[in-house]
Design a binder for this molecule. Structure first.
Ligand code: SF4
Length: 70
């Protein structure tokens, strides 16, 4: 079974700090507001560390991730 990482973004918590934009193929800012949004919900398992870092580094604790089975 293949594993992927599901990225979860709580837009109610996001304060628009933009730190997550280091992974700019996954996160982007809403054009009309200071809130991030997901460009993709699932990323390759090889990027688990990167997504865990994004979750840990988000000042608003708006990002989480989990490993899911395909
Ligand atoms: S790092 Fe967190 S608070 Fe900042 S834009 Fe991304 S999700 Fe929002």
């Amino acid at each position: 079974m293949a594993e992927r990482v599901e990225v979860i973004l709580d837009t109610k918590k996001c304060q628009g700090y933009g730190l997550c934009l280091g992974s700019d193929d996954v996160f982007e800012m809403e054009p009309e507001g200071n809130v991030a949004r997901l460009k993709m919900r699932f990323v390759d398992i090889s990027r688990l560390d990167e997504m865990e870092d994004a979750a840990r580094d988000c000042p608003a604790n708006a990002i989480s991730c989990r490993v899911v089975q395909d």
